[in-house]
Ligand binder design. Structure first.
Ligand code: 3HC
Length: 285
């Protein structure tokens, strides 16, 4: 296997999960955050998730310690210099991502593959911010990363076959199932999921049903594990709003336009589970 050492940029909801699954699969893993405080918060998420796995008897305390021993936290880019693969999972903002790739490109070894966990930006524009567009892919994980089996692998016009073969092997090594996608905003899953989530908000705005009844309807009527409002709170309303705006910019189609209620909830700081309040109250959990 060509990939031995994995770097992860960002230790939020997605980055911490990606670092966890890479280290669990035996990869030496370096995770970078922009500040010590955010790094500590992200490492706390990883420790919490592994701690739950021990409590549930899915791994021993020794295995947990070995996994944690393979994860190195950093705030520098230099610590990623010898990584064979760097997965970026920072905020869904084009300028921030481009600036991060420019800094990473200066220190990463020329053969390293860069992968973006972007959920809605097109990958080509990110690849072109680096000196290695042939070794650049989209690698879109799903939340919660340790549980969800899917990874969307996005090939651009410039991605070389060798890089895709290495990525395929990596995805399988971490226990995920890759699906191939063209470089279209939202790829496969968000192209279908985002209009569904936005439509649930529109249904609420129109008074079709209450939050609880719409959720119950989709859970019991369609067998979905979560209703759309539970899922919105889980993914984050701010994240969904960013994604919807990017997809609307790209396609100029009404189905991707964020409804006013979503915008207002974001403006009001109701981001969902992460802020304690979204369509549901999470403050007591
Ligand atoms: N980390 C590790 N394991 C976790 C976890 C986490 N964060 N959350 C849940 N689990 C595990 C539990 O330990 C449990 O394992 P077990 O069955 O072996 O004991 C299993 O997952 C089921 O969890 P629970 O019994 O606590 O609860 P649920 O049965 O409700 O499952 C769920 C939780 C897996 C999150 C389920 O509700 C689900 O599948 N929800 C939909 C998730 C989804 O749609 N994700 C995609 C979001 S879209 C996205 O990510 C793309 C982005 O670009 C927007």
């Amino acid at each position: 296997m060509a990939i031995r050492k994995v770097g992860v940029l960002g230790c939020g909801l997605m980055g911490s999960g990606i670092a966890e699954v890479a280290a669990k699969a035996g990869f030496d893993t370096v995770v970078r955050e922009v500040s010590e405080a955010l790094l500590e918060k992200g490492m706390g998420k990883i420790r919490g998730s592994l701690g739950k796995a021990v409590e549930k008897g899915k791994m021993t305390a020794e295995e947990r310690d070995a996994v944690l021993g393979r994860i190195h936290g950093t705030t520098s880019f230099e610590a990623l210099a010898d990584c064979d693969l760097v997965v970026e999972a920072i905020v869904e903002n084009l300028d921030e991502k481009k600036a991060t790739y420019a800094a990473l490109d200066k220190v990463a070894k020329p053969t390293a593959i860069f992968a973006s966990n972007t959920s809605s930006l097109t990958v080509t524009q990110l690849a072109m911010a680096t000196s290695r567009p042939a070794r650049f892919v989209g690698l879109h994980f799903f939340n919660p990363v340790p549980v969800m089996k899917l990874v969307e692998v996005v090939r651009t016009l410039l991605t070389e076959d060798a890089a895709l073969a290495e990525i395929d092997e990596f995805c399988r090594a971490i226990g995920k199932t890759p699906v191939a996608c063209k470089d279209n905003s939202g790829f496969i899953v968000n192209r279908l999921l985002v209009p569904y989530l936005l439509d649930a908000i529109r249904a609420l705005e129109e008074g079709v049903g209450s939050v609880a009844d719409i959720d119950e309807g989709m859970k019991l009527g369609c067998g979905y594990p979560m209703g759309p409002f539970q899922l919105l709170d889980f993914v984050g309303l701010d994240t969904t709003y960013f994604i919807a705006n990017i997809m609307f910019e790209e396609y100029r189609e009404k189905r991707f336009a964020p409804p006013p209620l979503l915008k207002q909830m974001v403006q009001a700081g109701r981001f969902g589970k992460k802020s304690g309040r979204g369509f549901y109250d999470h403050s007591k959990k």
